[in-house]
Ligand binder design. Structure first.
Ligand SMILES: Cc1cc2nc3c(=O)[nH]c(=O)nc-3n(C[C@H](O)[C@H](O)[C@H](O)COP(=O)(O)OP(=O)(O)OC[C@H]3O[C@@H](n4cnc5c(N)ncnc54)[C@H](O)[C@@H]3O)c2cc1C
Length: 355
C-alpha cells in the first residue's frame, strides 16, 4: 500500500530514497535547506554496488555515460610508482569504480526524480517534528503536514538525529585534511587512481572525476603542495581544509522516524565508501518500507555501517601509519599484490565490491 514519506535532505542519500520510494509508488515529499542544487564535488567514486541499486531507475545508465571508468590503482612511495593494480578484469567487468563529481551524481538522481513527477523543495529547512504511533507531523517552510514516515537524510549534523536524541558515538581524527578540485589536461594517465604515500605517515590521493578534472585529497593541510609529483594545474575550482570524524549512531531511528547516510554514520574518505553507503541505506529503507520489514532496518544497516567503517578505518590506519616498519611491511605487501595477478585480481574485487 502506498505510504506518505517526508525526506529531509537532498544529498545523494535523500535523493536515492526519493527515487526508489517514488519508483515503488509511494508519495514522497523531499525538502532541502539549501537554496538550490549543490556545486560541491565531494564524493568521487561510485562503486558497482551503487550502480546496481541505481539501475532500475535508469540513473546508472546516465552516470555510466558521463563518468570516468577507473582503469587501475597505482600506489607510490613518494614520487616512485611501486605497484599498479588493474581494475575491470573480472568476468562481469564490474570490478571497477566510476569517477564523477558528487554534484553530477545528484543531478542525475534529481532528473530521474523529476521525471517521476517529484521535485525537491529547496530553501525549505525542517523546523520540528513530533510523532505518535500512527503518523509524524512535521513543520517546514511555514507549513505543517502529516506523513506516515520521516527519513532523516540530513547529513552529519542531522537535526533529525538530534531531535530524536540519538547519540553519535565515535571520535574525531586529529589534524586537518585537505582537498583541491583541479582541471588539467596534462596529468599522467587520466583514468588511473593514484595513491602517494608521503613522509610523516601522510597520504595524497588523485582521483579522476572527468577526463581533465581531478580530485586531490590529502591527510595534510595542503593537498596540492603535498603532491610529490608536479601537477600542471590549469584551473583550481576549489580547495579547502577540513576535519574528519568517525562516528555512528547506535540506532538508525525511533518510532516512525528513520536515519540514513551521513546522518547515521561518518568516516574518513579512505576507501571512498561514504556516499555509496548512504545510497545503500536509502535503497534498503525504500525496499523495507515497501515490503513491510522496516522493523529490521536499524539492526541490518547498523551492522553494514559498522563493517564499512572498519574497512575504511583499516585503510586509513594502514596508509597513515608513521611507524617505519608498518609502512615497509605494507609497501612490501602492496608490491607482492601487484606482481601476482590472481592476488591483484582479488584485491581489485575487494576494493571495488565490498560495502
Ligand atoms: C572531501 C570529501 C570527499 C569525499 N569523497 C568520497 C568518495 O570518494 N566516495 C564516497 O562514497 N564518499 C565520499 N565522501 C563522503 C560523501 O560526500 C558523503 O558520505 C555523502 O555526501 C553523504 O550523503 P548524504 O546525502 O547522507 O549527506 P549530505 O550529502 O551531507 O546531504 C545532507 C543534506 O541535508 C541537508 N539538510 C541538513 N539539515 C537540514 C534541514 N534541517 N532541513 C532540510 N535539509 C537539511 C543539507 O543541506 C544537505 O544537502 C567524501 C566527503 C568529503 C567531505
Amino acid at each position: 500500500m502506498s505510504k506518505t514519506i517526508l525526506i529531509v535532505g537532498a544529498g545523494p542519500t535523500g535523493l536515492t530514497a526519493a527515487v526508489e520510494l517514488a519508483r515503488f509508488g509511494h508519495q514522497v515529499t523531499i525538502i532541502e535547506k539549501r537554496p538550490g542544487t549543490s556545486q560541491l564535488s565531494r564524493a568521487v567514486g561510485i562503486l558497482p554496488a551503487s550502480m546496481q541499486i541505481l539501475h532500475a531507475s535508469g540513473v546508472a545508465d546516465r552516470i555510466r555515460q558521463e563518468a570516468v571508468r577507473i582503469s587501475a590503482i597505482a600506489l607510490y612511495h613518494e614520487a616512485k610508482e611501486i605497484t599498479r593494480i588493474p581494475f575491470g578484469r573480472s568476468a562481469d567487468g564490474h570490478d571497477t569504480i566510476l569517477g564523477l563529481p558528487q554534484d553530477r551524481t545528484e543531478a542525475h538522481l534529481s532528473d530521474a526524480l523529476n521525471a517521476m513527477g517529484v521535485s525537491v523543495s529547496y530553501g525549505t529547512p525542517l523546523e520540528a517534528f513530533r510523532q505518535d504511533e500512527r503518523s509524524v507531523t512535521a513543520s517546514f517552510g511555514g507549513t505543517q503536514a502529516k506523513f506516515d514516515y520521516l527519513l532523516g537524510a540530513d547529513g552529519v549534523r542531522s537535526p533529525v538525529r538530534q531531535i530524536l536524541g540519538l547519540p553519535f558515538d565515535g571520535f574525531d581524527i586529529p589534524g586537518k585534511w585537505s582537498i583541491a578540485d583541479v582541471e588539467t589536461s596534462e596529468w599522467l594517465e587520466p583514468t588511473v587512481f593514484r595513491r602517494f604515500l608521503i613522509p610523516g605517515g601522510n597520504v595524497v590521493v588523485v582521483a579522476p572525476m572527468a577526463p581533465t578534472r581531478f580530485r586531490v585529497i590529502s591527510s595534510t593541510e595542503d593537498a596540492l603542495a603535498s603532491l610529490p609529483v608536479k601537477m600542471p594545474v590549469e584551473k583550481l575550482r576549489r580547495s579547502a581544509a577540513f576535519t574528519l570524524s568517525v562516528r555512528q549512531t547506535p540506532q538508525y531511528g525511533k518510532g516512525r522516524v528513520y536515519l540514513a547516510g551521513d546522518a547515521a554514520h561518518c568516516h574518513s574518505p579512505a576507501g571512498g565508501r561514504g556516499m555509496n553507503l548512504g545510497i545503500a541505506d536509502a535503497a534498503d529503507f525504500a525496499e523495507r518500507l515497501t515490503a513491510g520489514t522496516l522493523a529490521e532496518y536499524s539492526a541490518v544497516r547498523h551492522a553494514v555501517g559498522k563493517k564499512t567503517i572498519a574497512f575504511s578505518e583499516d585503510r586509513r590506519r594502514n596508509v597513515m601509519s608513521d611507524s617505519p616498519w608498518r609502512r615497509t611491511l605494507m609497501e612490501t605487501g602492496i608490491r607482492i599484490v601487484g606482481r601476482v595477478p590472481p592476488i591483484a585480481h582479488k584485491f581489485a574485487e575487494r576494493f571495488t565490491r565490498e560495502l
